[in-house]
Design a protein around this ligand. Structure first.
Ligand code: HXC
Length: 510
């Protein structure tokens, strides 16, 4: 018996070595951790249960039968993050560059199937040279099996991708279908075709970093949701995100102890809005003051900064926040901000996370570049997302809510449950100056008359009361009491039940 036990230990030791010490050293020399070290950091101590440690590839071409590494380049299994179950796969770059073979794919598919069956998130740590070149179409088939599961799992369990090395070719499409993508600065990149192919086809000379590094994908393409300094920080932040999320679409977000009174009064909010309506202020300050313990997990911080998206907790429970940011482009809605916010709203709705919307929006950005770029369709995405969302929706208008953007930003008409406004709110079809220049065009040459008309329009519409008189605003609230008001609102909505008409699925303007 002892001999068999020793044999098991020996086999495990071989599997744990992946592609061998030389390649592990090379991985470390690049500033990257190994697949197993990453899992150790991601999961609670000692919680990892591995599957398929000895699984081997079946390829016999190109001398592959003589090159076997137990586990075949990916470590899979489940464990816990702060006591809550997650499934994880971690590609091992030391084995054939983490490339995906048929059996490697089978291992990933197995934990994805189990995650769906048992209702727990899937976290993929990606570090791979793409399809295992020696396996040809078997490897492509393996990718497609993973893709199919990504699609079926979407909206059922949260899926998180961390890009911790190369991610090229079709390999980018599995992360692309997951809910969140995180990258590690300087060591990870994602692209459909690498710099060499780009050079051949388009004659562009570009580095891998410029083409698909963390900066490109968090600031330009918006493919990635955040970038971190190194593996350790990335994995720590994934743990922090998982703490905000429900395990699946049938379970509620976790509620955790909080040490911040829901009735906390924030006097400073009474003076947050500057006297000059054109002067910006930082909406993030409001979010931090409303959140339990000032904790805000921002998503896509570096993209479309004119809108803020992310998670906070109110009374210990997760709330998704969407907020116009007046410090960037006056908080205007445009193509990028509409897309960013729409995707976030849909994630929250899919996983029953209530949504807080903070509104200070001068409208949609005008111009040819926006129209040619399809702002009509992209803006409609956000409109559609709010309109279909059935989760509790609480809206606070702090200042401007002009035009179509008023409608879009979780207005009463899109089934907002609580629509509050601060006394500084201005709810109108457009700003007073623009409105006057249209409806009093005949007086345009007379500055005095125009000033009088503008004042008249401001007096009539630059306030929340016209909307409140119509019941479109439920209550005009004191800024300092906002945390208490929204906490009570969300508490009252805990039992909310709302359904949309039966359909196979909707046809959101993509
Ligand atoms: C098999 C691979 C491999 C692959 C790397 N290796 N990629 N083995 N299939 N796709 C092996 C290398 O032979 C090497 O083995 C080890 O992994 C490390 O690779 P290096 O090149 O030494 O590392 P590095 O210099 O860091 O470069 C990493 C890399 C490069 C940029 C990923 O290896 C590379 O360009 N690989 C090919 C990428 C590629 O074209 N993949 C196919 C994409 S098409 P040894 O034994 O020396 O350690 C695709 C289609 C999917 O994915 C479509 C799905 C729909």
């Amino acid at each position: 018996m002892n001999k068999i036990l020793t044999e098991l230990e020996n086999r495990r030791a071989v599997a744990r070595m992946g592609g061998g010490q030389r390649r592990i050293d090379a991985q470390h020399a690049k500033g990257k951790l190994t697949a197993r070290e990453r899992i150790d950091l991601l999961l609670d101590d000692g919680s990892f249960e591995e599957f398929d440690m000895f699984k081997a590839h079946r390829c016999v071409d190109f001398g592959m039968q003589d090159q076997q590494h137990p586990g075949d380049g990916v470590v899979t299994g489940w464990g816990t993050i702060n006591g809550r179950m997650v499934y994880v796969y971690s590609q091992d770059f030391t084995v054939f560059g983490g490339s995906l073979s048929e059996t490697h794919a089978e291992k990933i598919c197995k934990i994805m199937d189990m995650a769906m069956q048992n209702g727990a998130p899937v976290i993929g740590l990606n570090d791979s040279g793409g399809a295992r070149i020696q396996e040809g179409v078997a490897s492509l088939a393996g990718y497609a099996e993973v893709f199919q599961r990504n699609v079926l799992a979407s909206g059922v369990v949260p899926q998180i991708s961390v890009i911790m090395g190369p991610c090229a070719g079709g390999a980018v499409y599995s992360p692309a279908m997951t809910d969140f993508i995180f990258m590690v600065k300087d060591t990870s990149y994602m692209f459909v075709t690498g710099p060499d192919v780009v050079k051949t086809v388009t004659n562009e000379v570009v580095t891998a970093e410029e083409l698909g590094g963390a900066s490109t994908h968090t600031k330009k393409s918006s493919v990635a949701d955040a970038a971190f300094e190194n593996d350790v920080e990335a994995l720590t932040e994934v743990r922090r995100l998982v703490d905000f999320l429900p395990l699946n679409n049938q379970s509620k977000s976790p509620t955790r102890p909080f040490f911040d009174s829901p009735t906390r009064v924030e006097d400073s909010l009474d003076t947050l809005i500057p006297d000059n309506p054109n002067q910006p202020y930082d909406m993030k300050e409001l979010i931090l003051k409303l959140a339990d313990e000032g904790d805000f997990y921002e998503i896509q911080e570096d993209f479309a900064k004119n809108i803020l998206t992310g998670f906070i907790r109110i009374e210990g429970t997760t709330v998704g926040v969407v907020a116009n940011q007046p410090t960037v482009l006056a908080g205007v809605l445009d193509i990028d901000s509409s897309r960013k916010a729409a995707r976030f709203v849909r994630f929250c709705d899919a996983f029953e996370i209530p949504i807080l919307t903070l509104v200070d929006v001068p409208g949609f950005l005008p111009g040819t570049s926006q129209e040619y770029g399809g702002v009509i369709k992209h803006g409609a995405k956000l409109l559609f997302a709010y309109g279909e969302a059935t989760v509790p929706k609480v809206t606070v208008i702090t200042r401007k809510a002009y035009g179509g953007a008023y409608d879009v930003m979780s207005s009463k008409h899109l089934r907002g449950d609580f629509n509050y406004a601060w006394p500084s709110a201005e709810i109108a079809v457009m700003g007073a100056k623009g409105a006057t220049e249209i409806i009093h065009r005949q007086d345009l040459g007379d500055a005095e008359k125009i000033a009088a008309h503008t004042k008249d329009y401001e007096d009539r519409f630059a306030n929340p009361f016209v909307a409140a008189e119509k019941g479109f605003i439920d209550e005009v609230i004191m800024p300092r009491n906002t945390r208490r008001r929204i906490a009570r609102a969300f508490a009252s909505l805990r039992g909310k039940q709302q359904a949309n008409p039966w359909k196979k699925h909707d046809n959101i303007p993509l």
